[in-house]
Ligand binder design. Sequence first.
Ligand SMILES: [Mn+2]
Length: 293
Amino acid sequence: MDITGYSRAFCPSEFGNPSAEDALFHIIPAPLEKSVSYGSGTSQGPEAILTASDELEPVYLGEVPGEAGVYVKHQISNGLSTREFLAELSQSVSASVALGKIPVVLGGEHTVTFGAMAGVMEHYQNEKVGLIQIDAHADLRDEYHDNPDSHACVIRRIHEKWTTPILQLGIRGISKEEVQYREENRETIFWKDAPQIWKDGIDHSLIPDGFPEKIYLTFDVDGLDASLMPATGTPSPGGLFWHQIEEIFSVIRASGRTVVGFDVVELAPLKGFHAPDFTAAVATYAGIHLARR
Ligand SMILES: [Mn+2]
């Protein structure tokens, strides 16, 4: 435990505390909380996930992904402005990618994904990196509450900046403006909304033909059904359950794609109710399982 009062390691009881050099995965705690629109508390998300991680069992789907080594870097200071925060996060992500590591960003509000993508894209100037987004919301607004850096705009900002191909999964809350933006960008934005997933199931056709070989995964925990994930700013019914997440990850894995980084965002822990924190820790471990190479 360090002075912030939480474990600075991922599941240390099972995997100890590997060095930055020895670990394939670099966790970057990113407790940004500036543009919360409903429930608050997402700045406590990274700490809650790391604390809950120590309760994980090491074997996941028959493998021990933690053996690849998971190092926890310094957290980004929540005292910064949003733009400064994203710049620092980008630098940290970029430094890890430069070392051949896989960055794992723990939010914090969804806005952090922009900083993570900025760090990743420094290394893939001439290559497309596809973004797979698990979320209840499209996050494609141009502005929200007059704020272009809102968590409700983050995927739009990424799409505008890098013309990133995007696959949205589990969406069930969307504005007219966002529906129109998706329709206008059908060449690069793909989606399978929650009702479609419930109706059609999940198979290899989930990933569109020609979607990039390299992907960044952003997992907004509100993509999960509200009953499974009440600890988030905008919990929404009609969402995904855990086995659907496993099926999605299994399809991505079977497609042979390389996960160059991922994040788990928008956990806002509820005092005295630790099940959602553990669920987010499992989501992080499932991402490590998916991205291990
Ligand atoms: Mn989101």
